[in-house]
Design a protein around this ligand. Structure first.
Ligand code: UD1
Ligand code: CA
Length: 465
């Protein structure tokens, strides 16, 4: 069997009231469409994404996901043109489905993000299957009509349903597996003679059900819930978060306040990780055994080794943090930060493209950009690597066991040798050799008793001298 998945994603998403195409709206940091694609099983003959509204934006995202290795199979993009309904979305895929040699088609919606990989794999392996859910308040979902033996008899959209049909609580989840020859034939016969003047895929599914038995399976409503509004988005995010937290708790992770903690779908946590209230972990984040992540910390696309302590309110983005390091509170590690083991980064320290070797310390009020700092080096309070001359970025290279006194500016490009000592308040504009002492300060002046003399002159209103 050659199963091709078709993901419908051309709709405007009017009820989202957004410039962003609906399928790019995120659930825990990852767009809805990425959740759907990630759930596809291996071994498909292909996958087609049907686009129109916001096509350029969605296609650009698809390309970044492909490059990041997030897609399970090659994708074709088909532009639906003006979307005339879900049935029309499949009609425009006919040539591509033929080209891919499909014998069976699995249809999924780009705005239904929480189907589990198990459910999608089951759907893609089925001959003729419709996934449904039982809802106490079925609202605008299509209603599922069944034969006494459970087989599908037909689908009717809420807007076209009779009062009797509207009373049916079993609704269409919009996910189907169907034999391609039968579906192809049904698509050719579609009309738009209905309340919404659309070509309904549901009519084609009803027509297929007249020719081949279509099984109806009821799923947990969470799996098939669609994102049509901001309310839906919030509810889906809450459901996804519950599911992800359940998983990590089972794997030995503590959440001090689960309700305020957000952990994305691509995060990997080891046992004895402890997440304090208000932590957010987005994108590809890996956190090693025994790490403690302080309150209000946001970590994106970063890797932390074992036993790292991140104190409250840090922002860590595209950084590596070695085992046993201590970061924060209030630290910002930006892209290209690479901390070896046992590094200390304290409060109000910002790092960017900064490689700090084992045991290096920068504990207070510092900017370290485009720099490499050797083992055991101590960076004092208020040190700044002046890496930017207004046009170009330059590097600061600091050896091992260097002492950089407080309030020093290192005007890059500059190299500081091993064991050097830089006096507080220096502006370093030339290389400092190993073991040298460097100091650049205006000489201090001193006038004994000058303070009271100055104050009395100030009281009389005499100009300062
Ligand atoms: C559809 C089903 C409904 C089902 C519900 C489940 C139809 C006619 N109705 O309704 O029975 O209960 O899904 O969520 O199929 N899309 C296109 N091109 C189009 C129209 C839609 O690609 O021309 C895409 C949308 O972007 C979306 C998906 O198809 O991802 C579903 O479309 P939507 O308009 O949300 O359908 P519903 O009214 O929810
Ligand atoms: Ca929908």
């Amino acid at each position: 069997m050659f199963t091709v998945a078709v993901i419908l994603a051309a709709g405007l998403g009017t009820r989202m009231k957004s410039r962003l195409p609906k399928v790019l709206h995120p659930i825990l940091g990852d767009p809805s469409l990425l959740w759907v694609l990630r759930a596809l099983p291996p071994g498909l003959a292909g996958a087609i994404v049907v686009l129109h509204h916001g096509k350029e934006k969605v296609a650009a995202e698809l390309e970044t996901w492909r490059q990041a290795g997030l897609l399970p199979c090659p994708l074709s993009i088909v532009d639906q043109g003006e979307p005339l309904g879900t049935g029309h979305a499949l009609q425009v895929c006919v040539p591509e489905l033929d080209r891919l040699g499909a014998t069976r088609v699995a249809v999924l919606c780009g705005d239904v993000p929480l189907m589990s990989a198990t459910t999608v794999a089951h759907l893609c392996a089925a001959d003729a299957l419709l996934l449904a859910m039982d809802l106490p308040a079925p609202g605008l979902y299509g209603r599922v009509l069944q034969h006494p033996d459970g087989r599908l008899a037909g689908l009717v959209e809420a807007k076209d349903a009779t009062a009797e049909q509207l009373a049916v609580r079993r609704v269409n989840g919009g996910a189907y597996a169907l034999p391609w020859p039968a579906l192809r034939k049904a698509l050719a016969g579609l009309t738009n003679h209905n309340a919404q003047k659309e070509y309904y895929l549901t009519d084609a599914v009803s027509a297929v059900a007249l020719e081949v038995p279509v099984t109806v399976e009821v799923c947990h409503p969470e799996e098939l819930a669609g994102m049509n509004s901001r309310q839906d988005q919030a509810a889906l995010q809450a459901a996804a978060q519950r599911r992800i937290q359940e998983h990590w708790m089972t794997e030995g992770v503590s959440f001090l306040h689960p309700d305020s903690t957000l952990v994305g779908p691509r995060v990997q946590l080891q046992r004895d990780v402890l997440l304090e209230p208000g932590v957010r972990l987005d994108g590809a984040v890996q956190i090693g055994e025994g790490c403690r992540i302080g309150q209000g910390t946001v970590i994106t696309d970063s890797t932390l080794g074992e036993g790292v302590e991140v104190r409250p309110y840090c922002v860590i983005e595209r950084a590596q943090v070695g085992a046993g390091s201590k970061v924060g509170p209030f630290a910002r590690l930006r892209e290209g930060t690479d901390l070896a083991e046992g590094v200390h980064i304290g409060n109000f320290v910002e790092t960017k493209k900064a490689k700090l070797h084992c045991g290096a310390k920068a504990n207070h009020l510092t900017y370290l950009g485009d720099t490499e700092i050797g083992e055991g080096t101590n960076i004092g309070a208020g040190v700044i690597t002046c890496n930017y001359d207004g046009v170009n970025k330059h590097r600061t290279t600091i050896g091992r066991n260097v002492f950089v006194g407080s309030d020093t500016q290192l005007v890059a490009p500059v190299v500081i040798g091993d064991g050097a000592l830089i006096g507080a308040g220096s502006t370093i504009t030339a290389d400092v050799p190993a073991d040298a002492v460097a100091l650049s300060r205006a000489p201090q002046t001193l006038r004994e008793g000058g303070a009271s003399r100055l104050r009395s002159r100030q009281k009389k209103g005499t100009a300062l001298s």
